[in-house]
Design a protein around this ligand. Structure first.
Ligand SMILES: Cc1cc2nc3c(=O)[nH]c(=O)nc-3n(C[C@H](O)[C@H](O)[C@H](O)COP(=O)(O)O)c2cc1C
Length: 371
């Protein structure tokens, strides 16, 4: 059955936006104070978020000169699909709070740039039109990020919905059993408007959170029912889709997931939005890579804002990276065009960094390119 979707609006890119940080600064004026607190916010004192940013910046590059760059490109293979650059849009909830086109604009941008997209359980727009948009625009099928539900029937309903929509993978988020301490949201009194409840949850038979929880704060009813390793094993039996875990940072947890036959891991501290004072992902990634070996699929996110950051993540063993907040800042600034500009900027910067370090392809990037 063909699912129809409305093409997103075309807005001009506001003048003066060149970098991802420009997008972030400009978005502060585009988002209201409460939405800005939600999207830009961190847990507690924001130390982990700051460490994520600083972690990539403080790594220094060791270029090799006089390497042949003939035929160079940024393409990479992930789950047998070709990404035009080693980038995926991270699952970021409630994107219609940033722009009326919401995740549809992000999907169009991902398709235009040939990169991946992970759709949140808490997406403002259902998975079916997003998958149709990606398909019809020549993009890659989406991955579906799963928050395990209090009732297993509801979790199953979400899995089946993702499978039927044509998703290429399931990503179970395991680092947010409860919501982090979100001071900025509380200061601005941020509350998800009742008409913006995520459709994937609104459609579930058991309606996961009571109204009073929804009023008290985002996703508390969802995250109060944290999955365990037993749920992961149960989940594996329910789907034929590749299962990824997002938010694994301890080498022992990584090995346990690998032993269970998990397809891949996303090394993530949720962009510093859950547990403050965790180490940066640039410190955690090499530990996880060492634990799982060279060939196990590993992605990373948190604080990646420059092509040099992407390069360093690959040098430390990631196969690709996910981009969180910059996608909603760019979305707020210029809808689909903004997100495409953000992705294009990262890809161009990565390409420049690769050429300057003497790497014609992403496979040529290694730890020897870091000091
Ligand atoms: C506003 C916002 C909403 C998010 N929603 C989700 C979500 O629904 N599911 C999830 O697994 N991660 C979610 N994340 C975390 C991102 O997927 C990602 O791990 C993080 O943003 C990466 O850090 P960065 O923002 O510095 O790039 C969210 C992040 C932000 C900023």
């Amino acid at each position: 059955m063909h699912i129809s979707w409305n093409p997103p609006s075309i807005s001009p890119l506001p003048p003066g936006i060149i970098t991802l940080d420009d997008h972030e600064r400009h978005a502060e004026h585009m988002l209201g104070a409460a939405a800005h607190a939600y999207f830009a916010g961190t847990a507690a004192d924001g130390l982990t978020h700051a460490a994520n940013r600083q972690g990539w910046r403080s790594l220094t590059l060791r270029p090799r000169v006089l390497q042949s760059l003939t035929g160079g490109h940024t393409r990479t293979l992930l789950q047998c699909a070709t990404l035009h650059a080693p980038l995926l849009l991270a699952p970021v909830a409630h994107q219609q709070l940033a722009h009326p086109d919401g995740e549809l604009a992000s999907a169009c941008a991902a398709a235009a740039m040939g990169v991946g997209m992970v759709v949140s359980t808490l997406s403002s727009i259902p998975i079916e039109p997003l998958a149709a948009c990606l398909h019809d625009s020549g993009g890659l099928p989406p991955w579906f990020q799963l928050y395990a539900q209090p009732h297993r029937d509801d979790t199953l309903a979400l899995i089946h919905r993702a499978e039927q929509a044509g998703c290429a993978a399931l990503v179970l988020t395991v680092d947010a059993p409860v919501q982090g301490v979100r001071d900025a949201e509380r200061r601005t009194g941020f509350v998800l408007p009742p008409q913006k409840q995520p459709p994937h949850l609104a459609d579930l038979p058991n309606r996961p959170w009571p109204a009073s929880h929804a009023e008290a704060g985002l996703c508390q009813g969802v995250t109060a029912h944290a999955p365990t390793w037993a749920d992961v094993e149960w989940l594996q039996k329910q789907t034929s889709l590749p299962l990824w875990l997002k938010g694994v940072t301890h080498p022992q947890d990584a090995c346990r997931a690998q032993d269970l036959g998990i397809h891949g891991l996303i090394v993530s501290n949720h962009g510093g939005r859950t547990l403050d004072t965790m180490p940066s992902t640039s410190r955690l990634l090499p530990q996880v890579r060492a634990a799982v070996g060279a060939d196990f699929p590993l992605l990373v996110d948190g604080g990646i804002r420059r092509g040099t950051d992407v390069f360093k993540a690959l040098a430390l063993g990631a196969n690709a990276v996910l981009i969180g907040r910059p996608q909603v800042f760019a979305l707020a600034n210029a809808g689909a065009r903004g997100v495409a500009h953000m992705l294009r900027t990262l890809r161009d910067e990565l390409e420049a960094c690769m050429a300057l370090c003497g790497c014609a392809t992403v496979d040529a990037i290694g730890p020897e390119h870091l000091e």
